[in-house]
Ligand binder design. Structure first.
Ligand SMILES: [Cu+2]
Length: 164
């Protein structure tokens, strides 16, 4: 009985390790890059991940690229009165010891503009992150089912009129 339980525990641990994929680049640990599935043929999507700087020197995420979209940008979202707006940012600071969480609904994220086909749950696509000190890191972004209403990234648009 004890042996059986051990095997089950190992299987469960193995499964969650496969889902929670992470990548290391120098002192940076990039955990679980993911995106939410979009409508078929959607032109925009967003990717999220957690980046921890375990070193003693500051680094900065300064670029993102993917063959999956025509343009990939770093964005942030912030409340402007009652309206959630997003804007492009040049980089994301990673102070020593800091963990920056990109997650749906608020704050920084990777914006995919001009998606080549929508994002389907279960697929995975390549994303390259460029850091000032750690250099370029290739990660795989796992596409997950759309979240509960209100957690989805889609409501904010990218109307050209709002661009500076
Ligand atoms: Cu965005």
């Amino acid at each position: 009985m004890f042996r059986l339980l051990t095997v089950v525990a190992l299987l469960v641990a193995g499964a969650s390790a496969a889902l929670a994929h992470d990548y290391k680049a120098g002192a940076l640990v990039i955990d679980h890059p993911f995106a939410r599935a979009t409508a078929k043929g959607a032109r925009t999507g967003a990717a999220y991940m957690t980046i921890a700087n375990t070193g003693s020197e500051a680094d900065r995420l300064v670029g993102v690229a993917s063959p999956r979209a025509e343009t990939v940008e770093l964005h942030t979202m912030a409340m402007d009165g009652d309206i959630m707006r997003m804007r492009r940012i040049e980089g994301i600071d990673l102070p020593p010891g800091a963990t920056v969480a990109m997650k749906p609904g608020a704050g920084p994220h990777v914006m995919l503009i001009g998606l080549k086909g929508g994002l389907a749950a279960g697929e995975s696509f390549p994303l390259t992150l460029r850091f000032e000190k750690a250099g370029s890191v290739a990660v795989g972004v796992a596409v997950e089912k759309p979240g509960a209403a209100g957690e989805q990234h889609s409501p904010h648009g990218h109307s050209p009129a709002k661009k500076p």
